[in-house]
Write a new protein. Structure first.
Length: 85
């Protein structure tokens, strides 16, 4: 089995959301004001920094997940930091 790195973005920040707290309710699902989604981890470190770390560590096959709006720029930065990674 191979480890596949993942960068989860919520409102432009790298976060780990507890999956069981997510909703598919179109009105509330992962909006910036949604309070029902619980975070397991959050950081101010940019997504591009994680992508470079994965690249430096030789980790490939990664992906970026954009959870809700406000993530396009952070996702693009991560992909540019490790193109093809």
């Amino acid at each position: 089995m191979k480890f596949r790195p993942c960068i989860d973005l919520h409102a432009g920040q790298v976060k780990q959301i507890i999956g069981s707290t997510l909703s598919d309710d179109k009105q509330n699902a992962l909006s910036a004001s949604a309070s029902h989604a619980s975070e397991n981890f959050s950081t101010d470190r940019p997504a591009s920094s994680y992508a470079r770390t994965y690249q430096n560590d030789g980790l490939t096959g990664g992906h970026v997940i954009m959870l809700g709006p406000g993530n396009v720029e952070a996702a693009k930065a991560a992909l540019a930091a490790d193109p093809g990674g």
